[in-house]
Design a protein around this ligand. Structure first.
Ligand code: BGC
Length: 387
């Protein structure tokens, strides 16, 4: 055996020893280190581990995002990639166009390409159970990004926003802006319709529960009237967060229950839905004063323009820079034996385990504060929004 190969064996044996002694959280099946054999060594570049080239060989991280059609996921992907690259990691960032099979094959190819860690924002996580099992067999730790990975034990951490708080912020906003407490005492009522998130996204139900925690009492006492009668999650969820579907639903609702106007509140869970609602209102001639109070989520640029133009009323700002940073600290901890910061160990059970999570804080944005928070906080420049 050459001096090089002896050194290589000693090098990996040292890593093995360090890993075993570190007490690092095990995320995969135990003891696959017998793959450290001659065959494995023959696949390694013929390099002295102490050479510069070997030291510089970057550790690869796979980042799987659901779709690039929505602005927020583009920002999320870019932020994670940039932050990981700054730390010296190599990043394989893939968008799946909301195609579940494509996301599965992207993750499979990341595993084949020897990523050391996976960050996944799923489309329908129940369809990822098998590929996550493969990751686990290959001892690749997985971080659930924004959306929880359900029905698997192959997930180490979850970085997200407080999804129930997103719903309560929307509900509280409606209560405040429509003065529902006073309206309830005065026997006044407002009409409302609901446009909730995708049934295959765990976040959507959390958001719905937050909304209903605030608004259910007003629906019960008649201060809020839903003419369509659709108030349950099952009746109001919209598969894959489709803007077109939201438009079609809103168009049907206006035609059947609000011809000529009369819808006061469109409680929407996503900026994309707000665009669909606005476009249905436009087609049906409901503009200006006839527009309902419209809520949203993500603080997309189009949403902020619509808020400034008095079309959409509010949105929820999720600073993707903060979420990306939290996620990157989790990656680093997993790869470098550190302890990531977590602030929730009780809420996010995926049917197999309760995943240690970091929940970032969402914020309400409307006409009164978008300049200060989004432009002042450097999330968007004025030119990006209005030129
Ligand atoms: C995210 C939201 C986003 C929605 C649609 C959810 O999982 O939490 O921020 O609006 O997906 O993309």
């Amino acid at each position: 055996m050459s001096g090089y190969r002896t050194k290589l064996i000693l090098f990996f044996a040292a890593i093995l020893l360090l890993t075993a002694c570190s007490g690092r959280q095990s995320v995969g099946t135990e003891g696959d280190w017998d793959t450290l054999d001659e065959e494995f060594l023959s696949t390694l570049p013929d390099q002295d581990p102490e050479s510069d080239a070997a030291k510089e060989e970057a550790v690869r991280v796979g980042v799987a995002m659901p779709t690039a059609t929505s602005e927020r996921w583009v920002n999320d992907g870019m932020n994670i990639k940039a932050k990981l690259e700054t730390l010296g990691y190599e990043v394989d960032l893939q968008y799946a166009g909301d195609d579940i099979d494509l996301q599965v094959s992207q993750i499979e190819s990341m595993i084949r390409n020897d990523v050391s860690c996976l960050v996944i924002a799923s489309i329908d996580s129940t369809k990822l159970v098998d590929v996550l099992e493969q990751a686990k067999k290959n001892r690749i730790p997985v971080i659930a990004y924004d959306r929880l990975l359900m029905d698997t034990d192959a997930v180490s951490y979850y970085a997200t926003f407080d999804n129930k708080a997103v719903g309560t912020l929307i509900g509280e906003y409606i209560i405040e802006k429509k003065h529902l407490k006073e309206a309830s005492k005065a026997g006044k009522s407002y009409t409302i319709e609901f446009f909730m998130g995708s049934p295959d996204d765990n976040n959507a139900l959390f958001l719905y529960n937050g909304v209903m925690e605030c608004l259910a009492p007003y629906l019960e006492d008649g201060t809020l009237v839903c003419r369509s009668g659709r108030t349950s999650f099952e009746d109001t969820c919209i598969l894959r967060w489709s803007e077109d579907k939201a438009k079609q639903i809103c168009d049907d609702l206006i035609r059947n229950y609000y011809p000529g106007g009369g819808l006061d509140i469109a409680c929407s869970a996503f900026d994309g839905f707000a665009y669909g609602i606005l476009s249905a209102c436009d087609v049906r001639g409901l503009t200006g004063d006839k527009l309902p109070l419209i809520t949203g989520q993500d603080a997309e640029k189009t949403a902020i323009r619509n808020i400034a133009g008095h079309k959409q009323t509010m949105t929820i700002y999720k600073d993707t820079r903060v979420l990306a940073s939290k996620c990157v600290t989790m990656v680093q901890a997993l790869l470098e034996n550190g302890m990531p910061e977590i602030n929730d160990t009780g809420q996010y059970n995926n049917h197999v385990l309760t995943v240690p999570s970091y929940l970032c804080d969402p914020l309400v944005i409307d006409e009164s504060n978008y300049e200060q928070i989004l432009i002042g906080g450097g999330y968007y420049t004025r030119e990006q929004l209005f030129d």
